[in-house]
Every structure is written in C-alpha cells, then in structure tokens.
Design a protein around this ligand. Structure first.
Ligand code: 4AD
Length: 574
C-alpha cells in the first residue's frame, strides 16, 4: 500500500483540529502528528527557520522545500510516547469505570438508606433533657450489669465522628461538654447517619451507659442512642469545616475563618476561661465593695496621649473612641464610693506586636481616700483573688492546665521594684535600650527589655515610681522625689505589662500646670478638673488589659488569641 505523507512544520504548523497534516495545513509537532495514528504514514518535518539555515541541503529532492523524513530515533521516541499515553489512558479508563461502579453502588446504598425510616419508640421511658456536662447521680444513672441507665435527650453539634462496620460513634458538643453517642442497628444505616458530617446539629435520645472496659470517652460514659433527628446539616466535602480551618492553616486564613475556629477545642477553652475571669473580677469587686459603672465609649478627651487616638466625626464635632474610662471613673467617686468598669478601650496602635490590639477589654477601678501603698495592696489582692477564684472551679482549672500545663498561682507578695532600681538592674544585666545603649534614668523601658527583665526575674513585678516625663499628665508626683510619679505597672512573665495605674493629681493648680506642660487644652476637661474644685481627695486607680491577663494565665503566644474577634492594625473582620 502506498504511504501517505503527513506534514509537520515546526514553525507554522498547528497541533489542533484545524490542521490536517497536509502540506497546506501541517501539524506543529511530530508527537501530535503521530498520535493521530494515520495509517501507513510517512512523517515529513520542516524545522524552524533558524535550524533550517544550519541544516544540510535537502537530499530528498522530491520533497517540498525544507521538508525531510522524520529521523528513526525521533520516530522511536514518539512510538514510546504513544505507548505510554495508551497505557495511561487505559489505566484512567479503568479507574473511571471503577469509580462509576462505586458511585452507582453508593447511590444504591443511599437510595436503600433513604427507605430506612426510624421512629421513636414511645413505649420507652420519657427522656430527661440534659446538657452534656451534667453528671448529677440523682438525675442520671448509667446502665451497668445490674441497673438500667437514665433515658436522656441531648442536643448539640457533631464534634467528631467515626464510622465502623455497623456502628457510628459520634462525639456531640453543646458548649458545656462532650458526649460519646453510639448509633447502632438500623439507626446507623439511615441516609442521615451514613452521610453525617462534622458540625451537623442534631438531637439524640437514648440510654446512658457505662463504658466497656478499656474504652475511653468524655466523662467515662456513652449514650446508646435509640432515636435521633437531624436539626441542621453541615456542609461536607471540600467545604467541610476541617478544610476551612485546617489545623496547621495559615494564620490569616484562620483569622478570616475565626467564626469556625471558635468551635475548636483551644479557642473555645480560652473563651470559657475568659468568661470565668470576667465573672471572678465582678465577684472580687463586689467583695471589695466596688460599684460597677458604664462610662461612655464616644468621648472628646484623651487619656493616654494623642498618638493612639481613633478620631471620628461626631455630628460635625471632633470626637474619639475612648482610650480608658479612668477620667469618668474618677467623677463617680463622690457619689458611689470605689468604682470599677469592664468596658472596651480603643488604641490606634500602629505596630503589630503580640500584645497590642486596637480594641481591647479594659478592667479599670478607681479608689477614693487612699495612699499609693493602699493602691498596690488592693491591686495585688484583686489579682490574686481572681486567680484563686478561677482555679477553685474545677472545670476552669482543668481548662487552664490543658492550655498552660505549667501554670501555678503566683507567690505573694509580688516583687515591688522602683523604676530607678529597674534601670540599674538593666544596666547590670547588660540589657540595652532601643538605641543599643545602656539604659539611663528617663528612658521609657521598651517592650523587649521589659519582657527580658520580667522573664529573667520570673515572677510578677510591681514596677513603680516612673519619671513624670514618660507618664500620663494626670499622675501624682511622689512626695519624696518630685522627679517621679506614684505610678505602677504590673509586669508578668511571658507577657510584660498587664496593668498600668497611679495615684491621680488631686491639686487643682498642679493639674492646670500639667495640662500646660503636656500641651493639652484644659477646656474639654472642665468636668475632670471640677473634681479638684468640689472636695478633692487623694485617690488612685488602674487599668488591667483582660486579653494580656488571659494570655499570661493561658500561656497564649498573642493577645489576638484572647479575643472573640481580634481587632488590630489591618484587621477589622469578621
Ligand atoms: O497603661 P495604660 O495605657 O493605662 C491606662 O489606660 C490608664 N488610664 C488605666 C487606669 O489607670 N484606669 O493601659 C492599661 C492596661 C495596660 O497595662 C495593658 O494591659 C492594657 O491596658 N493595654 C492594652 N491591651 C491590649 N492592646 C493595647 N493596645 C493596650 N494598651 C493598653
């Protein structure tokens, strides 16, 4: 049989349906041409113009200009490639065929499962509704060799699930605890059961049982389910929660998906400890007879310097988000006695550190008719009482131990150290300032140096008596050294400063001088200044950053993990 010439022009040809392998419409590559598997083909190739220039003149003069028969080696290469291609295609076909069969099989199982209907057995005892952490033996008994278990009704979301041959083990989560629930028999064969996804919300009824020997499950018990109902299915496949918030996911993606991350064990544990801490502060302040007030968040005065003010237009006037409720707390003393608040404070921090947020929860208190020493004693008592209260609750204590295994309540009294002594300590330990020079009196001890000092000392420190120049305008000068203020920062290992406080300037003339020194216009502060005109007293207070306190207690790397939805430079969502 005569051969058919197949033309390949490496410069102008096309590997596409528009090409036919003719001289007028050549292919571009030998491989493509070869893969067309034309019978009895002779492959003629014209190289690119440059290669052609260097090539020897065409010996096979019968061929059109520039064309040459494909070399043997080249033909061998494409023959092998075609073989490989066919083998691969056959393999893929086999896989596709298998998948189709499996899909059909699964579809059949699904269809059959859809026909399995379950109903609640109304002859069983009426269930008792419980939260997943409930254990009161007067309410719940576990089925054992010689007694029946309580029939309960629980609701929650699927935290984990494990399918075994005829059983489905699922761990239900309701925010109070976890419970292992076992689906067996026809329950495990329903469509809902075999397509169960994590985070699906459901209701389950069944008998509480002791665990078989050697098995492990939360609170050493399990629910032998006799009926269940899906309340809200969770999406699966690519959108499954485990794909949205992968364990080692990138930090920004995890923050974008914080609404889902919060369902995880660590994030929820931190929030539970946070709830316990806030509650302990409320209790402690009650015990100290401090009254709770709620100062405004929209203000027209600064407290901690203009550099971190969030400014906004308030009906045509300049206003700010509050940096601290301190000034307002001071105005409450004459009518309410000692006061406190737990409110948001806002700081336009232009740096991304692990202890700075743009919005944080500020626990602030203000005490009347006190000395600086009274202030320090009160602060230590409040902090220690809060720690004692949270550790006294076994659930919170366990969460803290899980999060921060080495945590122990700090020894009292806290170390008290004057700023001037801290400077000497830093010099002695060769810890330099931000300019790389030895520290000297008047330096604002930078975050890194402060942290190193705190970590080396390894216990809470009350750092006191900071120079006037590096502290806020309202701080009272020390009677024994007018260069310094009656101020305190509480420093904690691992975090650094978690509290800032001071005695307040209570003399009218001195405060007016302080406004002048700091370049603050006194007019907007008339209500603050008035406190010095209507029965002024020595008083003082402090602010504690809840997220920093939590980061210290739970051993968190950053305060961002201590918030529900952190706000910091560059992030204002979700
Ligand atoms: O030291 P600061 O700025 O003090 C005050 O605002 C006083 N007016 C409080 C008072 O006396 N009532 O802030 C107090 C504490 C800090 O020690 C720190 O724990 C926290 O508030 N804090 C921050 N926490 C997170 N992110 C920030 N950007 C913070 N700035 C301050």
């Amino acid at each position: 049989m005569a051969s058919t010439d197949v033309y390949i022009d490496e410069a102008t040809g096309q590997d596409a349906d528009t090409a036919q392998g003719t001289e007028q419409a050549p292919y571009k590559t030998l491989q493509y041409a070869f893969f067309q598997e034309k019978p009895n083909a002779r492959y003629l190739i014209r190289k690119t113009a440059d290669e052609e220039k260097d090539a020897a003149p065409n010996a096979e003069s019968s061929l059109p200009q520039g064309y040459k028969a494909a070399a043997k080696a080249a033909l061998k290469k494409v023959t092998n490639a075609l073989d490989q291609h066919k083998k691969k295609a056959a393999k893929q076909d086999e896989l596709d065929r298998k998948k189709k069969l499996e899909d059909a099989e699964r579809e059949k199982v699904f269809e059959a499962a859809k026909n399995i209907k379950i109903t609640e057995d109304t002859t069983l005892p009426a269930p008792v509704k419980i939260r997943l952490d409930e254990q009161d033996p007067a309410k719940i008994t576990l089925q054992s060799a010689d007694s029946k278990g309580t029939r309960v009704r629980v609701v929650g979301r699927v935290h984990r699930e494990r399918k075994q041959k005829d059983l489905i083990f699922l761990t239900l989560r309701d925010g109070y605890g976890l419970m292992q629930c076992v689906l067996s028999g026809s329950l495990a064969k329903t469509y809902d059961a075999i397509t169960l996804t994590r985070e699906t919300a459901m209701e389950l009824l069944g008998e509480m049982k002791e665990l078989p020997a050697g098995a492990h499950a939360p609170l050493n018990r399990e629910l032998q389910v006799d009926f269940f109902r899906i309340i809200g299915k969770a999406v699966g496949g690519d959108d499954a929660i485990t794909n949205r918030v992968a364990e080692k996911g990138d930090a920004q993606t995890l923050l974008d998906n914080r609404h889902l991350l919060l369902r995880g064990e660590k994030a929820s544990a931190v929030l539970l400890v946070r709830d316990a801490i806030e509650s302990a502060f409320h209790q402690t302040y009650r015990e100290h007879r401090c009254r709770k007030v709620s100062p405004p968040a929209l203000v027209q005065t600064q407290v901690e310097g203009g550099a971190t003010l969030f400014k906004f237009d308030y009906y045509g006037e300049q206003a700010y988000l509050t940096q601290s409720s301190q000034l307002y707390l001071e105005t409450c003393l004459p009518s309410l006695g000692d006061v406190y608040c737990i409110e948001k404070s806002f700081r336009a921090e232009k740096s991304l550190t692990r202890r700075h947020l743009s919005e944080y929860t500020h626990i602030e208190a203000e005490l009347d008719f006190i000395t600086f020493d009274d202030l320090l004693t009160h602060l230590e008592a409040v902090m220690c009482r809060v720690i004692d209260l949270v550790l006294a609750d076994p659930t919170t204590a366990r969460l803290i131990t899980d999060l921060n295994p080495g945590f122990a309540a700090p020894a009292r009294p806290f170390l008290r150290m004057r700023y001037a002594d801290a400077i000497a300590w830093l010099v002695e330990h060769e810890i330099v300032n931000d300019e790389g020079a030895p520290h000297s009196f008047g330096d604002d001890i930078a975050e890194a140096a402060e942290r190193r000092m705190t970590d080396i000392i390894g216990r809470p420190i009350f750092l006191t008596h900071f120079p006037t120049e590096i502290k806020a305008f309202y701080m009272q000068r020390a009677a024994d050294d007018p260069r310094v203020t009656e101020s305190v920062d509480c420093l904690m290992p691992g975090v650094g400063e978690i509290v800032g406080g001071s005695m307040r300037m209570w003399d009218y003339a001195e405060l007016m001088d302080a406004y002048k020194r700091e370049g603050i216009a006194p007019e907007p502060y008339y209500w603050y200044t008035d406190q010095r005109r209507y029965g002024s007293t020595p008083h003082g207070g402090y602010g504690l950053g809840l997220e920093r306190f939590l980061a210290w207690l739970c051993g968190l790397h950053t305060v961002r993990e201590a918030c529900l939805y952190p706000r910091y430079m560059g992030r204002c969502k979700p």
